[in-house]
Ligand binder design. Structure first.
Ligand code: GDP
Length: 450
């Protein structure tokens, strides 16, 4: 089962619980059964699923709950927490996924390892661009001298991303190329130097031996293993095998878009206690997202990922000043919604961006990219038909004067129901922004509302 379906199944199970009159053992069990089935069908390990189930049962313990406790809220919060725990990849010594913190003005070396085809070269460029957009001076080094064409591929990607690169057509020793590239970028005071290595050899031992040698030569501050998420639970054994020879500290899980049973891969990696730092969500150079369990689960369950969206938008160099100011103040007007949507339409695959907006993925439903695009456009027409005053409002003006809705619907060639949908979307966003924005961020769980 692909991730979007998993999210929908879990949501549906929780919605059943919300609809039932009483929340008792029977209702809880049936919800848990459905959630566990969905997780298993997404390829999550049986043992992990049964642990999740046991943990939820233990934490909720309906019999011992005081009468005033909101059972629904408790169940939702517990399910959310346990899903986060399931994909939480904190290392054994408690390092968070983002333990590696490069500093400007000091050269940090990141070395990439992983099997050929996993998405190493693509992810190197994506990561380089990610850091570059955050103001770091980044260079890419191609230390794959085994595969003909490897340097050309990196060169092509790097040129597209406008990232400086280093490689050689004549040098056959990958250790020498890696060392020379790192030395060159260090002497030019680059902040981050990313070294791409080979993913294939005549023999596996040679590949691992080469990794060790390159690592000794470039002394990486962080080694990242790139893993293809489509291999599902096999991610665990593959990462373990690599770990034995190259002591990587982090993982990038690629191909989390499309039909990947991503849930399986993430939980398998989580079991190895190695933090996933990023996930690759497409072939485009912007398709890289930092991985944090809470944000990932929020998005999975259609609760959106405002933090991710704000971060993403911030680094797309789009005109965001007003909205950012508003978000900081905990405000979100209809105009903000319109600006966000118009940015989203510029930013790439809609279905992906929509997932970051609370409630939007449900609104888009299963209609696919084309239909989603059409719906977004209609929402834009609606907002374009509003007056300046309406756009800058929090939407209540439409409640006190409903004729405004009829006027907007007519003007935009849509229906009143669609106008209502836009307003409801803005209200959801405003609620979320109120919670994440402002000086005092509220606990994340307040976002959980079925
Ligand atoms: P390498 O051999 O490990 O360097 O792998 P490449 O970077 O050449 O990637 C192999 C293939 O996977 C290419 O066709 C990439 O476009 C594709 N790829 C890499 N990352 C992703 C991803 O996150 N999503 C999708 N859909 N494809 C990806």
């Amino acid at each position: 089962m692909v991730l979007a379906d998993l999210g929908r199944r879990i949501n549906a199970a929780m919605a059943d619980l919300t609809r039932s009159n009483v929340v008792d053992e029977k209702v809880l069990d049936s919800m848990l059964k459905e959630i566990c089935m969905a997780l298993l069908e997404s390829d999550v390990n049986v043992k992990l699923v049964s642990t999740l189930r046991a943990n939820i049962k233990k934490k909720i313990n309906l019999k011992d709950q005081a009468p005033g406790v909101n059972r629904r809220r408790l169940v939702q919060k517990t399910v959310f927490d346990e899903l986060c725990a399931l994909v939480d990849c904190q290392s054994e010594d408690g390092d968070s996924a983002s333990a590696f913190k490069p500093k400007k003005g000091r050269s940090s070396v990141i070395m990439f390892v992983g099997l050929q085809g996993a998405g190493k070269t693509t992810s190197c460029t994506k990561l380089a661009l990610w850091y570059q957009r955050r103001g770091f001076k980044v260079g890419l080094v191609c230390a794959d001298t085994f595969r003909a064409g490897a340097f050309d591929q990196l060169k092509q990607n790097a040129t597209k991303a406008k990232v400086p690169y280093y490689g050689s057509y004549t040098e056959t020793d990958p250790v020498a190329v890696a060392a020379a590239g790192v030395a060159r970028f260090k002497s030019e005071k680059f902040d981050i130097i990313i070294v791409d290595t080979s993913g294939r050899h005549r023999q596996e031992e040679e590949l691992f031996a080469e990794m060790v040698q390159i690592s000794k030569a470039v002394k990486p501050d962080q080694t990242i293993m790139v893993l293809d998420a489509t291999i599902g639970q096999a991610a665990e054994s593959q990462s373990k095998a690599f770990k034995e020879s190259s002591d990587f500290g982090a993982i990038i899980l690629t191909k989390m878009d499309g039909h990947a049973k991503g849930g399986g891969a993430i939980s398998a990696v989580a079991a190895t206690r190695t933090p996933i730092v990023f996930i690759g969500t497409g072939e485009h150079i912007h398709d890289l997202e930092p991985f944090t369990p809470t944000q990932f689960i929020s998005k999975l369950l259609g609760m959106g990922d405002i933090k991710g969206l704000v971060d993403h938008v911030k680094h797309m160099n789009l005109d965001q000043k007003e909205t950012m100011k508003h978000i900081e103040q905990g405000i979100f007007t209809i105009r903000d919604l319109r600006d966000q949507m118009s940015n989203i339409m510029k930013m790439g695959p809609l279905s992906k961006m929509a997932g970051m907006i609370p409630g939007m993925s449900q609104l888009m439903g299963e209609v696919g990219e084309e239909e989603s695009g059409k719906r977004l456009k209609r929402m834009m027409y609606i907002m374009d038909s509003m007056t300046e005053k309406e756009l800058d409002s929090d939407g209540k003006i439409f409640v006190s004067e409903p004729t405004r809705m009829t006027r907007v619907a007519k003007g935009s060639g849509t229906s009143v129901r669609e106008v209502e949908e836009v307003l409801s979307q803005q209200r959801t966003m405003a609620r979320m922004v109120k919670q994440v924005g402002g000086k005092k961020p509220r606990p994340k769980m307040k976002r959980l509302r079925a």
